[in-house]
Design a protein around this ligand. Structure first.
Ligand code: NAP
Length: 278
């Protein structure tokens, strides 16, 4: 197995998967392979021939990968992104999106017993689509997509309305990233799905002064473990969560997709990853 992406230097996936392979006494390895978009097709072909069980994909390949899969499930279809490829013997490549699973598993605890009237999603890329899909399943009444490029948020809205047709009970709206102030008081959940706040990136520039203390904050970033957004939320006594659990759960599900075994998520593994980040 391997993860493909560009850049790929700081990925934690090999650490997790190789840890699990060892724990479960499975003879195999998981690598990180630097793959620019233009090399994706030939790299998939090469690794398939070499007998790899499958691959993980990260930025910027999750959307591009759709061109090379023979079978996709509903989640890949709606999110427009696959972060897992499964190579089967008959020459078929199946695409899955385990970011959705990872996000769903980790957010449940964060919003337990909290109101689900309004959620704000910052960003409108692949991760935002996974988040939106889960929040709709969780029956949030209103979800606002805030993005630097409003048009990209509108494309997501359009795609979702089309896919869900008349079944959508959630109201989705799209706004400019600069306008978060107008709705922050009413929101029950604020989620950052942009890379802002990540190591070597500028911080996410939003004012959470008016965010209620009974709201919740989820930042998909896990490096650093505490972004400015998480730090400020903690200071205000707002329940918050970083993206590390999501990352681990998506990996656990990926492992299952290839090997039909669910590896254990232990404190020991989490400590190893946290140490790697620090
Ligand atoms: P993506 O498809 O490239 O989308 C990036 C989004 O961030 C876009 O909406 C983009 O806005 C916005 N953005 C980028 N730079 C910005 C800036 N300078 N100011 C304001 N907005 C900016 O990326 P993605 O796949 O959604 O991933 C986004 C983040 O989520 C990454 O940091 C990734 O590491 C994280 N992630 C974490 C997990 C996890 O397991 N924890 C899983 C998936 C993703 P425009 O539309 O205007 O370009």
């Amino acid at each position: 197995m391997a993860i493909l992406g560009y850049p790929i230097k700081h990925t934690l996936s090999p650490k997790m998967h190789n840890y699990w392979l060892k724990e479960l006494n499975i003879n195999g390895k998981y690598e990180a392979i630097k793959t620019p978009v233009q090399n994706l097709k030939k790299t998939i072909k090469k690794l398939y021939k070499k007998g790899y069980k499958g691959l993980n994909l990260t930025i910027p390949l999750k959307e591009e990968a759709l061109k090379y899969i023979n079978k996709k499930d509903k989640i890949v279809d709606i999110t427009g992104a696959a972060n897992v490829l499964i190579f089967s013997k008959n020459g078929y490549i199946e695409g899955k999106n385990t970011d959705v699973y990872g996000f769903k598993k980790s957010i449940l605890d964060l919003v337990k017993n909290k109101k689900r009237k309004m959620a704000m999603i910052i960003g409108s890329g692949g991760a935002a689509r996974a988040v939106l899909y889960v929040l709709i399943q969780m029956k949030y009444k209103k979800i606002i997509l805030y993005n630097r490029t409003k048009k990209n948020a509108e494309i997501i809205k359009k795609d979702f309305l089309k896919r869900f047709s008349n079944d959508l009970k959630t109201k989705i709206s799209c706004k400019d990233l600069k306008k978060t102030k107008n709705n922050i008081k009413q929101t029950d959940l604020l989620i950052n799905t942009t890379p802002m706040g990540m190591k070597n990136f500028p911080n996410l520039n939003i004012d959470i002064k008016d965010l209620r203390t009974d709201a919740a904050v989820f930042d998909l970033i896990y490096n650093p473990l505490e972004t400015k957004l998480i730090k400020e939320s903690k200071k205000k006594g707002i329940k918050s969560m970083n993206g590390l659990d999501m990352l681990i759960y998506q990996a656990q599900r990926s492992f299952y997709c290839w090997l039909n075994k669910t590896p254990k998520i232990t404190n020991k593994l989490k400590k190893i990853l946290e140490k790697e980040i620090k």
